[in-house]
Write a protein that binds this ligand. Structure first.
Ligand code: NAP
Length: 428
C-alpha cells in the first residue's frame, strides 16, 4: 500500500454513544486503509464526553476530553454524534466558523436548523455531510443529491423508521396487537422505553423534511411535514388490509405535483405487490420515482451502531478527501421555491372502514354521502355479522379535504354505526 504523503487530518468525535463508539473503533481499526483512500492519514484528535471519569469500554481514555470547544478548535473534521439540538448546534457552528468540515447523523437538528447550518457551511467554504441522518446505513442522501442531480424527482415513498416497521410487520406476520408488538420491540431493543418519537412519526417526519429538501432543491422544514403515527393502527386494520391484498406501512412521502410540494408521514395501505410491502422487520427502504430514471429502491439497515457508522465514515472519507485535495464537495441546492402545501390539498386514494346496520338501503345512503363530496368509490367489500355489517370502501383518487368532509358526514349518518378507520392507499 503506498504511503499517503499529505499532512494528517485531525478528526474529532463528539459523543461516543451507540454510533460514535463504532466510528472511533472503525477509524482506529481501518486507519491504514482509510489513509490510503483519503490520501492523508486520519488522526483521531479526541473524543468529547461530558464526564471523562466514566469508563468507556474500548476507548483509549487518553483521547477523552470534556472540553468540546478546544477539541473542535483543533480539528479539521468534526463528527457530531451526540444527537439533540444543544450543544450539537453550537458546536457544529463553531466547527464551521473555524473552517472545519462537519459530519453529523443528527436528523432532529438538521430538520429544525438545517438552513442556518448550511448557510454557515457555505460562508466558511466547508463541508457539512449527513448521510447517516436518513435511514442509517442506506446510501440515500448522496444518490438523491448527486446521482439524481440531473433528473426530476417526482415522488419519494420511504420506510425510514425501523421501530415502526418492526411493530407493523409483527402485527402483520403474527397477528399481534399494537401493544404486544410494541412491548416486544422494546424488549428486543428496537424501541425506546419512551417510544413517542418513533411511533408518533416525529423521527420519520424529520427524515421526510431532509429528503424533500434534497429531492426538490428547496428548504422544507419539520413544520411543513404533516404527521400521523401508528399508535392508532389496530389488529383489525391489519386483518382488513390483508383481506384486501395490502399491508400497512408507516410511510414518509414527499411529492411534487402541479408546481407544489407536499410532505407527509402517516400509516398507509400498500399493495402486497409493491416493493415496499416486502420490507420486513426493522429494515428501511426508500422508493424514489424520478422522471428519467424511473423507479429506484434503496434498501438496508436504517439503524444500529455499526451500520450507521458505515455511513458516517463514508462521509468522513469524502470530506477528508476534499481537504486533502483542497476544496469542497457538492452540497444540496436550495434554489427552488415551490409552495409546500397542507395535507388537505393532497390527492390520494382512501380506504374507509365502517360498521353499518345490516338492512336494505344502507349502502345507497353511504354511497350518496361519498357522491355529495365528489369522492368516487372504486370498490365496496362487505362482511355481515349479527345484525351489523362491516363495510370497506376504497375510493379513487380524491382530495383529502373532500374525503375528510365525507367521513365527517358519515359519522353523523344514522345509517352508519361507526367509522372504524380511515387509511390512505399509496404505491398504486
Ligand atoms: P447515544 O447512544 O445516545 O449516544 C450519544 C452520545 O452523545 C453519548 O456518548 C452521550 O454521552 C453523548 N452526549 C449526548 N448529549 C451530550 C451532551 N449534551 N454533551 C456531551 N455529550 C453528549 O446516541 P446514538 O444512538 O449513538 O445517536 C447519535 C446520533 O446519531 C443521533 O443524532 C441519532 O439521531 C443519530 N443516529 C443514530 C442511529 C442509531 O442507530 N443509533 C441511526 C441513525 C442516526 P453520555 O454517554 O455521557 O450520555
Amino acid at each position: 500500500m503506498s504511503e499517503p504523503s499529505k499532512q494528517p487530518i485531525a478528526v474529532a468525535v463528539l459523543g461516543p454513544g451507540t454510533v460514535g463508539r463504532e466510528v472511533v473503533r472503525l477509524l482506529t481499526e481501518h486507519a491504514e486503509d482509510l489513509a490510503a483512500r483519503v490520501g492523508a492519514p486520519l488522526e483521531l484528535a479526541g473524543v468529547y464526553v461530558r464526564d471523562v471519569s466514566v469508563p468507556r469500554e474500548g476507548l483509549d481514555s487518553a483521547l477523552l476530553t470534556s472540553d468540546a470547544e478546544a477539541l473542535v478548535a483543533r480539528a479539521d473534521v468534526v463528527v457530531e454524534l451526540m444527537g439533540g439540538i444543544s450543544p450539537a448546534r453550537e458546536l457544529i457552528l463553531a466547527a464551521l466558523a473555524g473552517g472545519a468540515s462537519v459530519v453529523t447523523a443528527n436528523k432532529a437538528l438538521l430538520a429544525a436548523h438545517g438552513p442556518e447550518l448550511f448557510e454557515a457551511a457555505d460562508a466558511a467554504g466547508a463541508d457539512l455531510y449527513f448521510e447517516a441522518a436518513v435511514a442509517g446505513a442506506i446510501p440515500i442522501v448522496r444518490p438523491v443529491r448527486e446521482s439524481l442531480a440531473g433528473d426530476q424527482v417526482e415522488r419519494i415513498l420511504g420506510i425510514v423508521n425501523g421501530t415502526t416497521n418492526y411493530v407493523l410487520d409483527e402485527m402483520t406476520q403474527r397477528g399481534l396487537s399494537y401493544d404486544v408488538a410494541l412491548k416486544q420491540a422494546q424488549d428486543l431493543g428496537y424501541a425506546e422505553a419512551d417510544p413517542t418519537a418513533d411511533v408518533e412519526g416525529f423521527d420519520a417526519a424529520a427524515k421526510a423534511a431532509i429528503l424533500a429538501s434534497l429531492a426538490f432543491h428547496q428548504r422544507v422544514s419539520l413544520d411543513d411535514v404533516y404527521r400521523e403515527g401508528i399508535s392508532g393502527v389496530t389488529a383489525a386494520d391489519v386483518a382488513a388490509a390483508r383481506e384486501n391484498g395490502q399491508v400497512i406501512k408507516l410511510l414518509a412521502i414527499a411529492e411534487r405535483a402541479d408546481g407544489a410540494v407536499a410532505v407527509r408521514v402517516h400509516p398507509a395501505l400498500v399493495p402486497v405487490s409493491h416493493p415496499l410491502a416486502g420490507v420486513h422487520g426493522a429494515f428501511n427502504a426508500i422508493f424514489v420515482e424520478a422522471a428519467a430514471a424511473g423507479e429506484l429502491m434503496f434498501y438496508g439497515k436504517g439503524a444500529g451502531g455499526v451500520p450507521t457508522a458505515s455511513a458516517v465514515l463514508g462521509d468522513v472519507v469524502s470530506v477528508a478527501r476534499h481537504r486533502a485535495s483542497g476544496g469542497k464537495g457538492p452540497r444540496e441546492s436550495a434554489y427552488a421555491a415551490n409552495p409546500v402545501v397542507a395535507i388537505d390539498t393532497v390527492f390520494t386514494r382512501y380506504s374507509v372502514r365502517m360498521n353499518v346496520p345490516d338492512r336494505p338501503g344502507v349502502l345507497q345512503r353511504v354511497a350518496e354521502v361519498f357522491a355529495a363530496h365528489g369522492v368516487s368509490i372504486e370498490t365496496v367489500r362487505q362482511a355481515s355479522g349479527a345484525g351489523t355489517a362491516g363495510l370497506v370502501i376504497s375510493t379513487h383518487r380524491a382530495l383529502e379535504r373532500d374525503l375528510a368532509a365525507t367521513v365527517a358526514d358519515l359519522r353523523g349518518l344514522d345509517a352508519v354505526l361507526e367509522v372504524t378507520s380511515v387509511l390512505r392507499i399509496e404505491g398504486e
